[in-house]
Design a protein around this ligand. Sequence first.
Ligand SMILES: C=C(OP(=O)(O)O)C(=O)O
Length: 509
Amino acid sequence: MSAVLRGTGAAPGSAVGRLVAARVGAPAARPDPAPPTEVPAALDIVARHMDDLAGALRTRGRAAEADIVEFAALIARDRELRDGVARHLAAGLAPIDALAEAVREFADVVAGFDDELLAERAVDVRDIGRQAEALLRGEDPTGGAPPGGAPAVLVGEELAAMDLLRGARPAAAVSERGGPTGHLAIVARSLGIPLVLGIPVAALAELAEDLILVDGEAGTVEANAGAGVRTIPAPRRVPGGGAGQAITRDGRRIRVRANVATVTDALAAGEAGSEGVGLLRTELPFLTEESGWPDEERHVAMLAPVLAAVPPGLVVVRTLDFTGDKRPPFLRDRRITLPGPDALTAQLRGVMRAASDTGVEVALLLPMVDHPRRIKHVRGLLADACASLGLVPPPLGAMVELPQVLDQVDDLAEHADFLSLGTNDLTSRLLGLSRDDPRLTPASAAHPTVLEAIAQTIRAGHAHGRAVSLCGDAAADPAVLPHLVRLGCDAVSVAPTALAGVRAAVRAY
Ligand SMILES: C=C(OP(=O)(O)O)C(=O)O
């Protein structure tokens, strides 16, 4: 008999495999001849594993994932965490207990950051703690392999993005905790690993012997999948989702573009038939930056390979957005995380040079715009940067993702060349839910408060003849997309894996 458990689908696709618990302290396959007995030594080993993993990911062209792992290595080396361990050891706790206490305290500090997205990194702190603890116990920190050589369905109470990156790639993943807009889900979608959230580990434990079918779209986990006729489904072809323009039945063209950050994403966007790029996130290569704002040469070096790989069409390049959990070490204790005029000019010049070198038509997009005067100010910087390079300034757009800008959205539309709704942040802020909160899903953007903000932005944009796009994950959600089309959204951008589905839905509207 087959049992079906229902959770929340957070990364599409489906796969069959056997359950493998992440980080439960499986006995080490080859016991280390000298397992660490001291906490700092265990943390050092974890940090070195992370360094190796990040290096391997970078060699495979997975820069965004490498950045996440490098950030985790920084957590393992963090002074505050280690000082906490020393304090608890000095107070007489045993090493494993001192580690657990220090991790709990450090994770609480991180979880309490005002910035809700940065608070998400508490997951990574706890993950580092679990790995170090496994090492201290002489266990394998990555968990074991599935029995019988079957593909692995990785399960855990609180999986971290890194669980998908280290060791063999799992066929699917199931996490009791975590939200569809958190890092775990973003990495799962980027790697094409089906992910279901919100299923209690205790319920899964009873299915340990079974073959499990994970459906990341339906949000279900089905036991005894091997008993029936099920096989691992082939990659899904979306009927009606083929490349080409997406035009509704009543003749409206909605541009459907990809969100990209890396060369791999850019190539995937091309394969999936994207019309250019709707959002190019530039901050990911700099997430481990310790020394300060990147200079112009580094911007050119990081951006040019991505631009060389994008599909034909306009590419919307967003300037550095180090808010939330995307905060590099050099900004760690600062409240203001947007670049000042010099740092911004370095990026504007870098983007324009990379675009000119690769012959790509770009538009620039400013994140976290809190007032129309930000656009006026940056337009001046952009004009100067372009004049000094002998180039024509590109269009300059504003992200609408901060609720406070909604009061000024008419003025904003007057001064920006286009508007882009960042519903990941906008929905989180309007509904008062952290981006890591399981209750916050892409479908949350269908909440009346968010829909009204979207409608207001589209009205303001159109009143000034500006195109309004939407680049949050909500655009790929079947509960939200029809609203966007109905409200007159001109363009949407989504993960490359979601392009075909979105085109099909627009064509069916
Ligand atoms: C696209 C967005 O930005 P981020 O890179 O923070 O997900 C958003 O907030 O919707």
